[in-house]
Ligand binder design. Structure first.
Ligand code: FAD
Length: 527
């Protein structure tokens, strides 16, 4: 017998399959030995009241075995003889485009400027150890893209439930834990993601596709207004329609397109800082208890949003039990981001605390700066992003040390004379962020922090440290494409894809967009 149950249970009851079996036995009047398997279909934590509950939807197999696996697998066929498609970038957008191309019988040739995901790890370690940023291999560039060394959060605001479920199932097929199918806020963790990415690459190659590392697209091959391939820094040409999934840190790609008058437009972003609290404090606040999360609850999360001065101020990419990481992708930059391992076990919690900025804000944002591009340029917000990252580098001592300030000191416009311990391994340098960051951003952050401190007592504290700067929240540029064919509006055969093109804002949405672009290419080949 298969029975589905919707229950509200205590965290310790939800802790393991064994404890869930006991719950099912109690609820169904069966005894534990009769319960073969319990599958969790949905799980979320309700911490609104003093007693914390876990809401679960369970499928119990009583006196029988499950006849289906926990996830649905896709069958990938041999496409060695399929028509070629060039996929530029091996982030989630590019990798999921490649997998979908294979499903559609097309042969992906993935070219990636960075190294494979294991080699890349060594370069990432050098950023913290030696303050050395390799421009082709860092937190943004390399196999797996910006999502490889991240929190691996897999939730999205996308309303396309079917597409989201498909992506999560594919992640499971390549080695992610099936808990991502059940959790309200699924995440894989930086320790598990590299293996999943390698498995995807191996599948692409097994099917007859190609994956080339340390191969950077330097130019599009254009014949009679149609993109027919790319040229790379290795001196090679790769032929086929092109899915351009280069992410939002490939500024050289935006400049290349702009220099050739290929239509792109400026797009709003959000900028600010990483805010780091002791995880214990966040657990105490969110779970309303002095002892913190205890043995059975996960590291607590938070999410804040408000409006200040006509712009959104909000927490972004929160990483409970995580680390703040140096995410620069070039010289003269300090940029921070966050990641966490699957157990979210670090002593810290961090999130981006950012203010929405729009293209029309450019003159105000650059008030005390030289405007390097015109206010109407599609590259205006990218120029602002670059300048803010440079200012951060200058104020951080011209290495990967990050300028930082205690949270209450920032709100009171006071210098911090010392800083709390932090997970940011290149080190912090006390700095008056309120003074050198644009007032457009700091004024709104101050207002936001005061409000967040009011709605969540204890959140606004000098035990929290702000680390500069968070700028890579989304793409400052949109590469314009047709809504139906997914082709660029003036260049046939070019499929701008994922976050860098302005059509995604995270791992899952980039993956969904990758699938969409692959379908666009199939339509292009059919027409
Ligand atoms: P990217 O992942 O940026 O991939 C683009 C790829 O293209 C890169 O590998 C790059 O090397 C390659 N490339 C660029 N230019 C060229 C060229 N000229 N030739 C060849 N290759 C090129 N999102 C979440 O949803 N959850 C999270 O928990 C999360 N945490 C994050 C943590 C960190 C530290 C960072 C940096 C990002 C995080 N993000 C997270 C954001 C997420 O990683 C991105 O939204 C997502 O990776 C975008 O996918 P993409 O494929 O569009 O682009």
């Amino acid at each position: 017998m298969i029975q589905e149950l919707q229950l509200r249970i205590l965290p310790e009851e939800a802790a393991s399959e064994q404890s869930l079996k006991q719950v099912v036995a109690r609820e169904t009047g069966t005894s534990v030995p009769h319960i073969h398997t319990v599958r969790v279909l949905k799980r979320s934590i309700d911490a609104r009241q003093r007693t914390i509950y876990v809401n679960v939807k369970l499928r119990a197999f009583i006196d029988e075995e499950p006849d289906k696996p926990e996830f649905q697998s896709v069958e990938y066929k041999d496409v060695s003889a399929g028509k070629p498609v060039v996929v530029v970038g091996a982030g989630p957008g590019g990798l999921f485009a490649a997998l979908r191309l294979i499903e559609l019988g097309l042969r992906p040739i993935v070219i990636e400027r960075g190294k494979n995901v294991r080699e890349r790890k060594k370069d990432i370690a050098l950023i913290s150890r030696e303050h050395k940023v390799d421009e082709e291999s860092n937190y943004s560039f390399g196999e797996g893209g910006a999502g490889a060394y991240s929190d691996g959060k897999l939730y999205t605001r996308s309303k396309k439930r079917g597409s989201v479920d498909k992506i999560l199932n594919v992640f499971c097929q390549f080695g992610a834990s099936t808990s991502i199918l059940a959790d309200a806020h699924p995440h894989i963790g930086t320790d598990k993601l590299p293996r999943v990415i390698e498995n995807i690459r191996e599948q692409i190659i097994r099917c007859g596709g190609e994956v080339r590392f340390e191969t950077r697209m330097d130019a599009l091959l254009i014949r009679s207004g149609e993109v027919v391939g790319v040229e790379t820094n290795t001196g090679e040409s790769f032929l086929g329609p092109v899915i351009l999934a280069t992410g939002h840190s490939a500024r050289d790609v935006y400049r290349y397109l702009h220099d050739r008058q290929i239509p792109i437009e400026a797009k709003g972003i959000a900028v600010g800082v990483r805010l780091e609290h002791p995880q214990m404090l966040i657990d105490q606040i969110q779970y309303h208890r002095k002892e913190g999360r205890g043995k059975y609850l996960p590291a607590a999360e938070y999410s804040f949003v408000t409006q200040a001065g006509g712009r959104g101020v909000y927490s972004f990419c929160m990483c409970p039990g995580g680390f703040v990481v140096p995410a620069a992708s070039g010289p003269r930059q300090v940029v921070v981001n966050g990641m966490s391992p699957s157990n979210r076990g670090s002593r810290w919690s961090n999130s981006g605390m950012v203010v929405e900025v729009r293209p029309e804000d450019y003159p105000e944002l650059m008030k005390h700066e030289e405007m390097t591009v015109s206010k109407d340029s599609p590259l205006a917000l990218m120029a602002f992003q670059e300048r803010l990252e440079e200012l951060c580098w200058l104020n951080g001592g011209m290495k990967q040390t990050a300028p930082a300030q205690r949270m209450v000191d920032f709100v009171n416009k006071k210098n911090s004379f010392d800083l709390p311990e932090s997970s940011y391994t290149p080190g912090l340098l006390a700095s008056p962020l309120h003074f050198w960051m644009p007032e457009f951003v700091t004024g709104r952050l101050r207002e936001g922090f005061r409000y967040f401190g009011k709605v969540s007592r204890g959140f606004l504290t000098n035990d929290a440290v702000m680390i500069g700067v968070e700028t890579r929240t989304s793409s400052p540029v949109r590469i314009l494409r047709d809504k139906e064919s997914y082709q660029h509006i003036t260049l046939k055969g070019l499929f701008p894809c994922g976050e860098g093109a302005g059509y995604a804002g995270g791992i899952v949405s980039a993956a969904i967009d990758g699938e969409r672009c692959a379908e666009g290419v199939a339509g292009y080949y059919d027409s």
